[in-house]
Design a protein around this ligand. Structure first.
Ligand SMILES: *Cc1c(COP(=O)(O)O)cnc(C)c1O
Ligand SMILES: [Zn+2]
Length: 413
């Protein structure tokens, strides 16, 4: 792997060999993949990427695996759609929606899982596992089935029932834990220290996290190799936001962008679990853990592993963070569905509601080219909107009944 230099500590900068490791032995800081950008720049081209598959694996030169697509259900290269009706509703100019609901298991977690499991195969693991708020469980169970790997996924027992069904169907082990995600995560850290498993968000985390960069790569490619002015990204552990930021920088580092990107990065959280947004609003560097209470369960991480790095990315780029109520989340889901025909899960509602808030506050501006990341599908969180939507009318099968239910002027247009 000529293009990967090794693992590097994000705190003290010490370097390590490529291995199933995730913390620095010296300072206990988190490790991340380090690349040889000069080596990559000498081979990577826009044409080479365009000739690749319409998946995350077209960017294999910037991903930390020996063999691309070792585990592949076709994640990535999702549509980037111009959202003029949404923009008009929010008083904004150029807004684009990156629609990651169309991935194999309908969330962006397919991207990170394909990278983590491809790496797990390289390391020779036979069992893969994860701690999940739902979407990662779907993705790991599906990809493990595809790769013939044994899987254990650990989730909070109070998860949306759709997310349990859409995980268990793949036949792996699903362990529902009587506790919140942070309890699940603590148990998983213990299990990861006991068994030789590939835990995608523990000992595989440096590789897992890299998968999120593909969202930035695709965005730039789909905009004709230009970075946007502003991105709005949902925050759970903070990894996605951090890596989208890193991704634009890497494209420039390897010579794929004509101009240096100046992407303002903003984050979206639900008020019921907003440790990063709260630190931002309080002008604090300390992210205080919270006990989550929100319908946005996929974002309900009270003690975010990458919270500090996410906060730093927002600060250093001049972005902002919003914390929105559950009511605003539902409004956000409906607004996106009604203006653009995209049915997002609660995390998407958080993102649209945060975009609205940040636009009102003047953080997101009308002259900017804005990209919002819609990371999961509404069909997994139907209960969130079910009380708010219903048939327009329920009638007997006769023309008379139809005319009774609707005003003639309304139908005859
Ligand atoms: C996991 C998840 C996120 C955020 O992921 P982090 O990298 O942990 O911040 C966003 N949206 C959805 C739908 C998710 O499942
Ligand atoms: Zn260190």
């Amino acid at each position: 792997m000529a293009h990967v230099a090794g693992l590097r500590c994000r705190e003290c900068g010490r370097e390590y060999e490529v291995a199933a490791a995730f913390t620095c032995e010296w300072c206990f800081g988190p490790l991340e993949v380090a690349y040889d950008y000069d080596a990559i720049a000498s081979t990577i081209t826009r044409e080479r990427i365009a000739a690749g598959p319409p998946t995350i694996w077209r960017y294999q030169d910037l991903l930390p695996v020996e063999r691309a697509a070792a585990v592949d259900l076709g994640a990535g290269f999702s549509p980037l759609v111009r959202a003029d009706r949404l923009a008009a509703e929010l008083g904004l100019g150029e807004v684009w929606v990156k629609n990651d609901t169309v991935n194999p298991t309908n969330s962006f977690k397919d991207r990170v899982t394909e990278v983590a499991l491809s790496k797990a195969l390289e390391f020779g693991f036979k069992t893969v596992a994860c701690a999940s708020t739902g979407n990662l469980a779907n993705a790991v169970a599906a990809h493990a089935a595809r790769a013939g790997l044994r899987s254990f996924v650990f989730v909070p027992a109070n998860l949306e029932s759709a997310k349990i069904v859409t995980t268990a169907v793949y036949g792996g082990n699903v362990v529902a834990i009587d506790g919140n995600y942070d309890d699940v995560n603590r148990l998983c850290a213990e299990i990861a220290g006991t068994y030789r498993w590939a835990f995608v968000n523990v000992n595989m985390r440096p590789y897992y996290a890299e998968g999120s960069k593909t969202l930035a790569f695709e965005t730039a490619e789909q905009l004709g190799w230009e970075a946007p002015d502003h991105v709005v990204v949902p925050v759970a552990s903070g990894s996605l936001l951090t890596k989208i930021h890193k991704g634009f920088g890497e494209l420039h580092a390897v010579g794929l962008l004509d101009r240096e990107p100046r992407v303002r990065v903003s984050g979206a959280q639900a008020a019921g679990c907003s440790p990063v947004a709260t630190a931002w609003i309080d002008h604090s560097d300390t992210i205080r853990p919270v006990k989550p209470s929100t319908i946005a369960k996929s974002l309900a991480i009270g003690n975010p592993a990458d919270g500090y790095f996410a906060l730093d990315a927002v600060r250093s780029t001049g972005g902002g963070l919003a914390a929105v109520s559950d009511e605003e989340v539902v409004d956000g889901i409906r607004l996106l569905a009604q203006t653009e025909g995209i049915f997002a899960e609660t995390a998407g509602g958080v993102t649209i509601a945060s975009l609205r808030r940040l636009a009102e506050e003047g953080v997101v501006r009308a002259h900017e080219r804005v990209v919002v990341y819609i990371t999961g599908i509404g069909l997994k969180t139907v209960d969130a909107v079910a009380p708010h939507v219903a048939p327009t009318a329920t009638i007997t099968p006769s023309l008379d009944a139809f005319h009774e239910a609707f005003d003639r002027d309304d139908i005859d247009q």
